[in-house]
Design a protein around this ligand. Structure first.
Ligand code: ZN
Ligand code: ZN
Length: 330
């Protein structure tokens, strides 16, 4: 669907019947088209790509650049195949590119580091192993490839019609980027800000030490820009960036408050806390024990991210004992 002049949204399905889509965008220009994000590598995704391009009267051949906002499988998985089909150059942030091999090519070390981190945060070792395996399984929907062009904050990609500035927006992922056209006031923002979902933030071996703090700073960064249309990686296109950002910050603050309250009862690990609070989807009404292993892993990683913020703010103290980290209110 051509949402605004020159910007086409294609909806690429998740694999295995998961009822979700990645929004990818084809941005038309006098000197070629730019594709923003790719979707998972699955036969359904390739089929959807072909079909949606055909309906939009677009073709693979006209795509000259494939910009990957971040290397999560739903944005990066199909990049290698699309590069071949389009003959295009893959563009991503330097930091994100540096994470590809350890995440998708040989992930044994990363998986081990993740498992150790989970155990040291109170996850029973058998459960931590299942969480590790659940994460590794999704790698089959990613064909890893290295980018042709590395970009940094402030760089520009132009296709003659759109001048897209790269905004480095770490938080959801450390090398996450948004694309911003200041003349047309368009923001392509991957998973940084979504209208109907709160972006996942979590501490894990590739996240950096304070992803929640990074995220809040990155949100402020995009809020400095005048924006008329926001094109997110999932869910509807919207124009109320400021209002939506405030809602997300309120949700994050509520999460932090909830964690601080749980800690009023005494010393706890991140896993103890994850068990005591409600989880998405369903806006916090799903209990930890009802989540799949991948979601449980994300829940524990998210609790650690908020705990790090609370420690940073001086509200909570972290204690290390016998290889386990516990937290208490100050
Ligand atoms: Zn993501
Ligand atoms: Zn995503």
């Amino acid at each position: 669907m051509e949402i605004v002049a020159g910007v086409h949204q294609l909806k690429i399905p998740f694999p295995e019947g998961m009822e979700r889509f990645t929004n990818v965008y084809v941005i038309e220009g006098s000197k070629g088209n730019i594709l923003v994000d790719c979707g998972w590598d699955s036969s359904e995704a390739v089929w959807a790509f072909r079909e949606e391009l055909r309906l939009e009267r677009l073709s693979f051949d006209d795509i000259n650049w494939i910009v990957v906002t971040h290397i999560h499988p739903d944005h990066f998985g199909l990049a290698a195949k699309l590069r071949e089909l389009c003959g295009a150059k893959i563009v991503m942030h330097r930091i994100e590119a540096s994470l590809i091999d350890s995440r998708y090519v040989d992930y044994r070390q990363l998986a081990e580091a993740l498992e150790n981190m989970l155990v040291s945060n109170g996850v029973p070792s058998e459960e931590a192993a299942r969480m590790r395996d659940a994460s590794a399984r999704i790698a089959r929907f990613v064909t890893p490839i290295h980018p042709d062009v590395l970009v940094e904050d402030g760089d520009t990609i132009s296709n003659g019609t759109f001048q897209l500035e790269i905004l480095h927006t770490p938080g959801h992922s450390p090398g996450h980027i948004c694309l911003y056209d200041s003349r047309k006031r368009r923001l392509f923002c991957g998973d940084h800000v979504m209208f109907d979902a709160v972006p996942r933030i979590g501490v894990h071996p590739q996240s950096g030490s304070d992803p929640a703090g990074d995220y809040a700073r990155s949100l402020e960064y995009v809020l400095e820009k005048p924006v008329s249309f926001v094109f997110p990686g999932h869910g509807p296109v919207f124009n109320s960036l400021t209002i939506r950002s405030e809602e997300i910050l309120r949700r994050h603050a509520a999460m932090q408050r909830q964690i601080a309250e749980v800690l009023d009862d005494g010393l706890k690990t991140a896993c103890d806390i994850a068990r005591e609070i409600g989880w998405r989807p369903g806006e916090g009404d799903v209990s930890y024990d009802d989540l799949g292993f991948r979601e449980r892993r994300a829940a524990v990683c998210e609790v650690i991210a908020w705990l790090r913020r609370l420690v940073e703010e001086g509200k909570v103290a972290a204690l290390e004992r016998n290889g386990t980290t516990t937290y208490l209110s100050k």
